[in-house]
Design a binder for this molecule. Structure first.
Ligand code: MN
Length: 209
């Protein structure tokens, strides 16, 4: 996707039914074609009236939201964040049925004792994210993994992001109803752990052989 106005819907690396049974087809279809497409449409409509800012990237629009009157700046940042966060989330999902491996698995065990403890911490973080938002797994400067959460469509800029879990109700409610922890448990099956490993290595600045 060209990261400039007019923003368009990206093609993600799976079909809508490919994440079944962990994330159902209707949820994936609605999430991409209604929710994400809605953020894109809203941001394009706002920027259509602001030709001076049509050259800004999504990140620049968020960082410079104070250039606009407050209400407009908040709307722009909310929709730009919705696009950035969803593109990151969907690009980290796959139908390849992978598991954490290699350096990333070692980092999970070093940071959380075990994969099961890591999942438990993710579920706890998901439960404590009141309302809508995202869970992020990030790597700190020593290569330790940490779990942080953001509200609504705020963007996590500061750290090396390994993967994210969208915990807005629209990401799971059709299948899981109010059982957010069950969604977090099951999404492990469709996370692209190869990409997560690559992101972790990049965060460590490890040279691939
Ligand atoms: Mn979402």
């Amino acid at each position: 996707m060209e990261n400039k106005y007019p923003f368009t819907l990206e093609k993600f690396p799976f079909g809508y039914a490919d994440l079944e049974p962990y994330i159902d087809e209707k949820t994936v279809d609605t999430h991409i074609n209604k929710h994400l497409a809605g953020y894109i449409k809203s941001l394009n409509e706002l920027l259509a009236k602001l030709p001076c800012y049509q050259n800004f990237t999504l990140e620049e629009l968020i960082c410079h939201k104070s250039l606009f009157p407050q209400e407009l700046g908040n709307k722009i940042a909310f929709n730009a964040g919705g696009i950035l966060n969803h593109n990151f989330y969907f690009n980290m999902l796959t139908a390849k049925r992978l598991s954490p491996d290699g350096l990333l698995l070692a980092a999970i065990e070093k940071s959380f004792c075990s994969l099961e403890d890591f999942k438990a911490e993710l579920k706890k973080a998901a439960a404590n994210r009141f309302g809508s938002g995202y869970i992020w797994v990030i790597s700190d400067w020593r290569g330790f993994l940490k779990i942080v959460t953001t509200a609504n469509q705020e963007v996590e800029f500061s750290c090396e992001k390994i993967f994210t879990i969208d915990v807005w109700e629209h990401a799971y409610y059709l299948k899981y109803l109010n059982k957010r922890a069950d969604y977090v448990e099951n999404i492990f099956n469709v996370i692209d752990w190869d990409k997560a490993e690559k992101r972790y290595k990049a965060a460590l600045k490890v040279t691939l052989q």
